[in-house]
Write a protein that binds this ligand. Structure first.
Ligand code: ZN
Ligand code: ZN
Length: 353
């Protein structure tokens, strides 16, 4: 089968003919019909993560936001059969550790990150293997297309889990979203659908226009000389109840914490770059003084997909609205390169393999 393989950090991915995956006894193999291209792929492609001993190995097939149709199933799989349409979370659990058993498969103690580890080759390929499929794979309702399901990717579900479960967002809250890439735009649409009033922040005009279309009530164009927390405090009449750093730079994280009102919650969903290497100074005395909560959020447990799929089914959420471009496998390298200059907009999806 054809696959896009990481041969050298920052160099064009090689389109190679590789062996098709065989399912583990507990796994399935999926014909990939759509796979989102994500900033996490960009981080992997650039070789980031060595500071956390988390660098993606050379030879890896990237791609972790797939949706498609089950082609083959292992002997011990009971929930799926060939022909079933599925979405695959990137944060795969093994299904039996205390976290998995308590519904937190996204932080499985012995889990896998699809497309980032040798044991789980990714989905920039014609087929992808999914371990522990009964636990991990998510059956798609007819109303959700494969492209929409790929748009759920890691970004949309990450934003949903961050807002609905981790920040415990309430209707009427002000939500600030820092960084309007795919993850930030998903947060805008979801926060709005959950009943919040949303302020979107970015340095670029085009994503802010898209944020407005997706439900942002206010926008702040950041940039030289702009005091983002002060602007947001004015817009939100006292600060955000919940603020999301959807980019992962020192400045966006700091602005997110600084723009909160008393007892506000900051959610970190963006991963840092090689400038921060995971370390960002924050005003912790202020966090203490004002009962501020800081939480992290990664992906979403497979057990919580139902809530999100019901909201899509009923038309309250439209992940497809974030899809701005469909491309072929050969185009992935060029689209990753475009992310270096923040030139992409919304979510781009591979649909030709
Ligand atoms: Zn587990
Ligand atoms: Zn992703």
């Amino acid at each position: 089968m054809r696959a896009a393989v990481l041969e050298a950090y920052g160099e064009e991915l090689a389109i190679e003919d590789v062996d098709s995956p065989e399912p583990d006894p507990h796994g399935v193999v999926v014909d990939v019909e759509a796979c989102g291209i994500c900033r996490s792929d960009w981080h992997a492609w650039r070789g980031h993560g060595e500071w956390a001993d988390d660098r993606v190995p050379i030879g890896q097939i990237l791609g972790h936001e797939p949706a498609g149709t089950v082609a083959r199933v292992g002997d011990r799989v009971s929930r799926f059969e060939p022909g079933d349409r599925v979405a695959i979370p990137f944060n795969l659990g093994e299904g039996s550790c205390p976290q998995c058993r308590n519904g937190h498969g996204n932080v499985c103690e012995d889990g896998y990150a699809l497309g980032f580890e040798e044991t789980v080759p990714g989905a920039f390929a014609e087929q992808v293997g999914v371990p522990h499929a009964d636990f991990n794979a998510v059956a798609l309702p007819d109303a959700v297309s494969t492209v929409e399901a790929a748009a759920l990717g890691c970004r949309y579900v990450t934003a949903f889990h961050a807002l609905a479960h981790r920040a415990d967002l309430e209707a009427g809250d002000w939500v600030a979203v820092h960084g309007c890439g795919g993850l930030g735009l998903a947060a805008v649409q979801i926060a709005s659908a959950l009943g919040a009033t949303v302020a979107a922040v970015d340095v670029r005009e085009a994503p802010l226009e898209l944020a407005t279309e997706l439900g942002a009530d206010a926008t702040v164009e950041a940039g030289d000389g702009v005091d983002v927390p002060a602007e947001l405090e004015a817009v939100t009449d006292g600060g955000a109840h919940v603020s999301v750093d959807a980019l992962g730079r020192a400045e966006t994280c700091r602005n997110s914490v600084d723009c909160l009102r008393t007892r506000g919650t900051h959610v970190q969903v963006g991963l840092t770059t090689d400038a921060e290497r995971g370390e960002i100074p924050l005003p912790m005395d202020e966090v203490t003084r004002w009962d501020v909560t800081i939480v992290g959020s990664r992906g979403m447990p497979p057990s919580r997909y139902d809530e999100l799929l019901r909201m899509i089914d009923s038309g309250r959420l439209e992940p497809g609205a974030l899809v701005t471009r469909e491309v072929a496998l050969e185009d992935v390298s060029e689209r990753l390169a475009a992310m270096s200059g923040y030139e992409t907009r919304g979510i781009e999806v591979v649909t030709e393999f």
